[in-house]
Every structure is written in C-alpha cells, then in structure tokens.
Design a protein around this ligand. Structure first.
Ligand code: CO
Length: 140
C-alpha cells in the first residue's frame, strides 16, 4: 500500500533552534523558511534531504495539536512518520478494513505539503503516529 517515506515529523518548541541543529551541526543547506499554517495549528519548516524531508513543526496558538506532545516532551522529539500513497481514500478504507484507527472523522485534510493526508492512531502502528500523504505519481 505505502510507497516512499516522504518525511519524518519532528515536534519542536523552536523551529529556529532546530534549524540551527540541522544547519550548523548536521550541515544541511536546504531548509525552507518557517511558515505559519494557522488552520493546522503549527509553524512548519522543511529540512530537505536527498531522499526525504524532516518536517519541523512548532505550535501555533493555544489549540495546537502538538501542544500535548510538547508537554510530555518539552525538548521536542519525533512526532510522526509520513509515507506516500497513490490514493488516500483507497488507503484509508483498506486500513479501516484491517482494523486500524484513522484519526478524526477519517476525511482527508490538506496537510503541510498542500495534498490530502490522514493520520493513523499510534496504538495500531506499534506506537508510531503514521501520516499517509496522497502524492501525485508525477511528483518524482
Ligand atoms: Co507530516
């Protein structure tokens, strides 16, 4: 069902601080400017690697969905992994048929990359929050 690993989501209390880590210590040169996504309650910045991205997410506002994570992990940490799928609705229905819990209503929403995404509950994924992203086949 899943295709490529698209990105690893890292929650951070400060994208600015995290960017320093990736730029100055790990030597990454291609990091996008921090951008607000108010509907999703996050600031986001992408660390572009040759084969995938690291998606840095910082809370935007008091209702941010990552506030609870950062309360438990004040210094930040790995939040989710995102795999590409060809058809988000087919993937969702297949997961549900296999007993996995899709978060929220299960209706895909537009994620940080501007394409439809869903999230699968970590309790069904070995403790890992899994994001599935519909990726046009011509994207690679
Ligand atoms: Co993500």
């Amino acid at each position: 069902m899943i295709g490529k690993l698209n990105h690893v989501g890292i929650a951070t209390p400060s994208i600015e601080q995290s960017c320093k880590l990736y730029r100055d210590i790990l030597g990454v040169t291609d990091i996008t400017e921090r951008r607000a996504l108010p509907e999703q309650g996050v600031w986001v910045s992408f660390v572009n690697l040759p084969n995938a991205q690291v998606e840095l997410i910082e809370p935007y506002g008091a209702d941010s969905p990552i506030n609870a994570f950062l309360e438990k992990n004040p210094r930040g940490g790995q939040h989710h992994v995102c795999f590409e799928v060809a058809d988000i609705l087919v993937a969702r229905d297949e997961l549900r048929a296999k007993g996995a819990t899709v978060l929220g209503t299960g209706e895909p929403r537009i994620g940080a990359h501007g394409v439809p995404v869903i999230f699968v509950h970590p309790k069904d994924m070995g403790g890992v929050l899994v994001e599935l992203m519909q990726t046009p086949t011509d994207a690679h």
